[in-house]
Design a protein around this ligand. Structure first.
Ligand code: FES
Length: 105
């Protein structure tokens, strides 16, 4: 599935991310800047924050549990905030856009 990443200055990057990988993996594997992922994907650093295209929220689901708690600590949380290491890519996410915040702190 193709995922589009848009950074805070409007730069757009497309990555073909394998099903089962995370949206964070897709950014790392394709050297897309702005997602730091300091903890490597174990939901404990909150430096992989993204804003999910509202249209795709029914597909990605919403944050709960640990992720929801971590999201209270990010810079500029919004209703569509997610930790990208907790979004596991499925075929239905083809064409999804995620926006990368200006800062992960
Ligand atoms: Fe650390 Fe997502 S990579 S919380």
């Amino acid at each position: 599935p193709l995922i589009k990443y848009i950074d805070h200055s409007g730069g757009e990057y497309e990555a073909d991310v394998d099903v089962g990988k995370t949206v964070m993996d897709g950014a790392m594997d394709n050297m897309i800047d702005g997602i730091l992922a300091e903890c490597g994907g174990c939901c404990s650093c909150a430096t992989c924050h993204v804003y999910v295209d509202e249209k795709f929220i029914p597909v990605t689901g919403t944050a709960d549990g640990m992720e929801k708690e971590m999201l209270t600590a990010v810079n500029e949380p919004k209703d569509n905030s997610r930790l990208s290491c907790q979004i596991f890519v499925t075929e239905e996410m083809d064409g999804m856009t995620v926006r990368i915040p200006e800062s992960q702190y």
